[in-house]
Design a binder for this molecule. Sequence first.
Ligand code: HEM
Length: 518
Amino acid sequence: MSNEKSTLTTRQGHPVRDNQAMRSVGERGPATLENYQFIEKITHFDRERIPERVVHARGTGAHGYFEAYGRIGNEPASKYTCARVLNETGVRTPVFVRFSTVIGGKDSPETARDPRGFAVKLKTVDGNWDLVGNNLKIFFIRDAIKFPDMIHAFKPDPVTNRQEPWRFYDFVSQTPEALHMVTWVKSPWGIPANYREMEGAGVNTYKLVNDQGVAHLVKFHWQPKQGVRNLTAAQAAEIQAGDVGHATKDLYEAIERGDFPEWEFCVQIMSDDDHPELDFDPLDDTKRWPEDKFPLLPVGRMVLDRNPENVFAETEQSAFGTGVLVEGVDFSDDKMLQGRTLSYSDTQRYRVGPNYLQLPINAPQDKARAMTNQRDGQMAYYVDADAGNRHINYEPSSLGGLREAEKPAKEYHQYVEGHLGRYQTSRTQDDYRQAGERYRTFEEWERDELVANVGGDLKQCPEPIQLRMVWHLWHCDPDYGRRVAEIAGIDLERAKALPPLQGKPAPGQLRNAATYTD
Ligand code: HEM
């Protein structure tokens, strides 16, 4: 009986003959400790949740594939990168994508004003490549050491448990590099209509490396074939009143009816040097690379065509990280990228467990099977490698086991020199210019929404924060500052009269002498 497929069993394989009542002494009597079936069921239930992601807890996932064009713009992709996933045309590389909001908990509304996470795991023949990005293509800060403070300020108050505008603007008003991102996120672009009609980008600067060991700086972009659609605050509120998971529903239903969303994968490229001629630092993730100077070059396309069968096993346990690159794609010195690369796998060893890479959703594809000498630990499920001699779980060995891969003919070597220290400033200091340009480039309704949102938020902030924010926005664009001040009832002249923020370069100042301590 117990072998029949539909028969309920315990995890030990014992048939469950009564799932309605626990064992007790007599009809009303006490339960007993040897009640194994009950204890197994309840204690497993007690452990059903794993910690949610510390950020990006609310998300939804889908499977699909990536196909390279084999070209980067008009040139063969091999000119820039030896990554096979970008060179081999017509090969379908399996992908898993997880979209998310950032600040809210696991079941929070998907109408939140927030950047949207856009995390892609490409299971290439050369091992996994994760591109963990967002829809706004830039970020609030450019040094990873600020991230915990930023997230604390944006998350609910530890006393009232409420997300307060004054916490957000308190942090932001002391962090002018955030102004560009704030301008995007407080505009309708901060509430994408859904996940399908949304752009994506790697945000941080990476490198592409070819087989001659030559590197270029690169930014990665996902451009939706569905177009881009964003919501006003009023439209979002209306949706939220009836549904807190509208974006998950939209993606799931589109895939179920065969309306598969598609994105074109594009890159922006520049030579691998400091670029003193630019008015921004190419390693500063709070800035965009202007598309008229650095056009988006198509390199492939991604289609999402399969929903997860089990949200927990796939979406919840999926683990993306910026350290997960393939040969032909490399790190730049972008300090956010360097900091993030520690954070992701570290949190995943805690959140999912040290063997999270053995789970099917995270393990590389068969052609790039993991062959390691890593052993044991919680939830070790199998031995990664069988190289003919199971006794040899170390390297080097004269008796068998795993051996190092061959080195490529030419490797990329980065030359590095400088004083070791804590640099408070980026080479490029104008944190106001791109925010102002963005303000002026928005359509009129987007600008109206932006100033209404920021003005409405600032009404709820203490006066020093109000004045400093208006001072910043006025330096981005006088009209931006004036309109926000008007909506929030802030005295523009008092705001303008503030001295520059202490320790920060004045607006418009392109360069500061590098300052470093330690
Ligand atoms: C998730 C850290 C900046 C995009 C996470 C997680 C951590 C983290 C710890 C949870 C991962 C997990 O539990 O699996 C950081 C740190 C940052 C940073 C320390 C800055 C130094 C960024 C930036 C972006 C970004 C700039 C956008 C480009 C994401 C996305 C996820 C995520 C999309 C969700 C991935 C998923 O769907 O599983 N981040 N993050 N993060 N982060 Fe960041």
